[in-house]
Design a protein around this ligand. Structure first.
Ligand code: ADP
Ligand code: MG
Length: 722
């Protein structure tokens, strides 16, 4: 019954928020828990500091001869901050962060102990990697993988209830050198992109060209639910989303949550999160409420992709952990509540260096404009050629609930450029640039090249991938995902496109063609072959789905089962191999791991649906019926009759639900699949619809049964009581 729900509500209503912290000054706490360059400078001998600084800037390997000195300084600093342990932090192929903890303690032969942390322990660790999915790269019987410090990402102290730990961001590789994680390919994709970008920049006449890096600013959406409610929802605890639940009478129709007042408890929580992140050197800003009730957002200022990705993982960890402290559960799932807006993670992405600046910024001079158009053209080509790969990079069981659900971008990848830029590219395609001068759209700074004015106000929220003035925003990424996968794909496809453009430019320029003419010729070709991916209209519309697929030949891959097999296609294998980002074995292992996760999460959810239907919802229905029937017969003995339709309806729904549960159980029993792909398709086309069927009956039941019998906290309670 609902006794425990009632108790939960009274506990929440009477709960005192944790007292707000006395606001520390930002300058005082900023990066205080990070062993960054200023701290190294203060603690290391000059020569050693110079060497490590060079390593950090260039991403080269750490000079082993300085590792001990760095490790000592790092340990002393960590111990002074109260750390007893250190951990190699790594990012396995799941979307989680993994850690191997070790004590600084070292037992001496005389029985005393000292704190020890050598260069060797800093540079290399050996986690029990066998428990992480590796997609068949190594059997558990083989040698373990090892972790190695990624010097470009600083060490930091994570303060939790279990004490402070020195955390060292690492790569995770097998002894045979294969990447077992999400960091190694990200670093490789940046290197590949840097190489191609360098070539193009030099063809464009630049003489001094610094290392080109990709940048990322990720906006994270999430829900907060009181822990008293969440603890009574096995689905929230185990699957991160509700598998049952009738939409509340009051949903988000009124949009009064958006920009609305944030409850005090949430505000104190956000402040706590911010302070923790500032101490970790993460430039985050929490936001107003999101569209859905109970939904919020946090977005850090953009950083180099590699660091941004590590920081994004830390943000997710800090959100979950801080929520617990404040009596909330933080839901990072893409679709925790059916019928309520889901959560995404907009990945803002650009590429830049210290000599040419942001290469996706139109800039102020005709030269910068030309450069911008070349890089932008490379992105257009990339999305057209590798759109299915972008879809695969965001394919998870949870994100499938969100994509194409009329609140989030469709599963069809296209590019939104904004009206002006789209027109410029169309003119390049048709060769009608001089025409446009009359329309006053552009000023031809140089003979033939258009001059662009910045136009950041132009937004299209229905596009999965939109240009927003000086960067692209990949809006289809899921809220629970690591941003590494999407960044790897964006960098890699850009590397490939820049390489192609570089080669074409070289060919054009080998004659006596002028640079600007060569650029226009190549971009015209790009638009002729790939312009179909540019779309400025409503991405949610049915019309677009039809046009995209039938007229433009774009792929519509609605489920993960449709999208992941893209990783097995030859042209994708070629892309990763020629850019050096993933070997065929590494790519295959990723397909296996992601497919397995998809299958597993749907099977786990199916079992949960059955469990909850049988052990919570069925008993509630029967309990209510029993009460109803005894009331009906007692009344009859008094000669009063009660309408029986309601009892009949509850009985019918209950029987239908039980029937659907039986079908789901039978379907779960099937185990003979010809391939992983077949198994995924079965999950998408057989299991999911049956889960939905059980839910449909259960949700109607929720509206028929007396509230006092209903065992699960309702949507209304979870979304509105804080
Ligand atoms: P909106 O909600 O309008 O999409 P936000 O201001 O919430 O925008 O988020 C924009 C994100 O884009 C921030 O993280 C910001 O730092 C990031 N960003 C800005 N410029 C760049 C860039 N050149 N490269 C990558 N990210 C960027
Ligand atoms: Mg955004």
């Amino acid at each position: 019954g609902n006794a425990s729900r009632v108790q939960a509500i009274s506990q929440i209503v009477n709960r005192k928020p944790l007292p707000p912290k006395t606001a520390a000054s930002l300058e005082e706490i900023w990066a205080e828990n990070v062993f960054n360059l200023p701290k190294m400078k203060a603690t290391l001998p000059k020569a050693i500091f110079k060497s490590i600084k060079k390593t950090i800037v260039t991403g080269e390997k750490l000079d082993p001869s300085i590792a001990d000195a760095v490790a000592n300084a790092m340990r002393d600093w960590a111990i002074s901050k109260g750390a007893l342990y250190y951990a190699h932090v790594f990012y396995p192929m799941t979307n989680l962060t993994a850690e191997k903890h070790d004590g600084f303690i070292s037992l001496q032969s005389d029985g005393t102990v000292i704190s020890e942390f050598s260069g060797k322990l800093l540079v290399q660790g050996e986690p029990d990697g066998s428990s992480f999915p590796n997609g068949g790269i190594r059997g558990t019987f083989e040698a373990r993988g090892y972790t190695a410090w990624d010097v470009t990402s600083p060490a930091y102290i994570m303060d939790t209830d279990n004490g402070a730990t020195l955390c060292i961001p690492t790569v995770f590789v097998s002894w045979t050198g294969e990447a077992l994680d999400k960091k190694v390919p990200l670093l490789r994709s940046i290197a590949a992109m840097d190489k191609s970008a360098n070539k193009v920049l030099s063809l464009l006449g630049n003489t001094e060209i610094a290392h080109v890096n990709s940048s990322c600013g990720a906006e994270q959406e999430y829900f907060l639910v009181d822990a008293n409610f969440a603890s009574q929802r096995p689905d929230l605890l185990l699957a991160g989303r509700t598998l049952f639940g009738k939409p509340p009478a009051k949903g988000q129709e009124f949009d009064d949550h958006y920009f609305g007042a944030i409850p005090e408890r949430v505000q104190v929580f956000m402040q706590d999160v911010e302070e923790t992140l500032y101490k970790l050197g993460i430039p985050a800003k929490t936001r107003h409420n999101e569209v859905a009730p109970g939904q919020f957002e946090i977005a850090p200022y953009f950083e180099a992709a590699n660091v941004a990705s590590d920081h994004q993982q830390m943000i997710m960890t800090v959100l979950r952990h801080t929520a617990k402290k404040h009596g909330f559960v933080c839901l990072l799932h893409e679709k925790p509540f059916a019928g309520i807006n889901g959560s995404g993670k907009h990945v803002n992405w650009s590429v830049s260096n210290s000599t040419q600046g942001n290469l996706l910024d139109p800039g102020d001079s005709p030269h910068e404009n030309a450069q911008f158009l070349v890089f932008c053209g490379a992105v257009i080509r990339g999305v057209h050629k590798y759109g299915p790969l972008m879809r695969a990079a965001i394919a998870t069981a949870s994100n499938d609930h969100r994509l194409g659900a009329n609140e989030a971008p469709p599963a069809i990848m296209s590019v939104y450029l904004g009206t002006q830029l789209e027109e410029v590219f169309n003119q390049i395609k048709t060769g009608s640039i001089s025409e446009s001068k009359k329309k006053g759209v552009m000023d031809l700074g140089v003979d033939v090249l258009p001059y662009l004015t910045k136009d950041a106000g132009d937004r299209n929220r229905t596009s999965p991938f939109a240009f927003t003035g000086n960067r692209f925003e990949f809006r289809a990424v899921g809220s629970s995902q690591s941003v590494s996968g999407p960044l790897i794909v964006l960098n890699t496809m850009l590397a490939d496109s820049l390489d192609w453009i570089g080669n074409r430019l070289e060919t054009e320029l080998s004659g006596d063609t002028e640079l600007n003419t060569a650029i226009l010729t190549v971009l015209k070709e790009v638009m002729e072959q790939h312009g179909d991916v540019v779309f400025g209209g409503n991405g949610y519309s049915e019309e677009w789905h039809k046009i995209a697929v039938e007229e433009r030949g774009l792929a519509n891959l609605p489920t993960t089962a449709d999208a992941l097999p893209v990783l097995q296609e030859e042209y994708i294998g070629d892309l990763f191999q020629k850019t050096g980002v993933l070997t065929p074995v590494e790519l295959e292992s990723r397909f296996e791991v992601y497919a397995e996760q998809y299958i597993l999460s749907i099977e786990v959810e199916s079992k949960l649906v059955m469990d909850m239907a049988k052990t919570q919802i069925y008993p509630a229905a029967v309990g209510y019926l029993s009460k109803l029937s005894s009331t009906i017969s007692s009344l009859e003995s008094l000669g009063v009759s009660l309408e029986k339709g309601s009892a009949q309806k509850v009985a019918d729904l209950t029987n239908s639900m039980v029937g659907a549960v039986t079908k789901l159980g039978d379907a779960l029993g099937k185990h003979d699949f010809g391939s992983t792909g077949e198994h995924m398709t079965y999950c998408a086309s057989a299991l999911r619809p049956l889960m939905d069927e059980v839910r449909e009956y259960a949700d109607v039941l929720e509206g028929e049964i007396a509230d006092e019998f209903w065992p699960l906290p309702t949507y209304q309670e979870m979304l509105f009581i804080k």
